[in-house]
Design a protein around this ligand. Structure first.
Ligand code: THU
Length: 137
């Protein structure tokens, strides 16, 4: 994936993080997902007073795209406003992203500082399996 695309995607993720509803953790996260047709879907974390119901930015972006009929995403950027250093996606998000992203898909994450981590879905979620469980969709 071209550097300029990942840069633009990360900027979208940063903007999306300002929409976060995070009164409990005070930790705002934004995500921007690139679909295979070039469209971009963003999301932020949406917390709940029943803490376990909180939705991460990554899954929030994903449901936006899937709701619009997209089924394959080719890159994601994740921005955490309230951490200087990069914060990677949680385990649940790694699995959910792997449903709609191939192992080679690039992932960039960063905090408010300069450091960025560039990795892939396959690195974050190795030994993925059970994709053949899904029938026609
Ligand atoms: N969070 C995300 O939205 N994405 C991540 O990659 C890490 C964590 C959210 C969940 C919760 O609302 C807050 O950040 C603190 O964990």
């Amino acid at each position: 994936m071209a550097e300029i695309i990942m840069d633009a995607l990360f900027e979208e993720a940063q903007k999306a993080a300002y929409g976060a509803y995070a009164p409990y953790s005070r930790f705002r996260v934004g995500a921007a997902l690139l679909a295979e047709d070039g469209s971009v879907y963003t999301g932020c974390n949406v917390e709940n007073r029943s803490f376990g119901l909180s939705l991460c930015a990554e899954r929030s972006a994903l449901v936006q795209g899937v709701s619009k009929g997209k089924r394959t995403f080719i890159a994601i950027a994740i921005a955490s406003l309230d951490s200087v250093s990069p914060v990677g996606p949680c385990g649940a998000c790694r699995q959910v992203l792997s449903e709609f992203m191939g192992p080679e898909a690039p992932v960039r994450f960063g905090g408010s500082g300069e450091e960025r981590v560039d990795t892939t879905i396959g690195f974050l979620y190795p030994y993925d399996s059970l994709h053949d469980l899904a029938g026609p969709v």
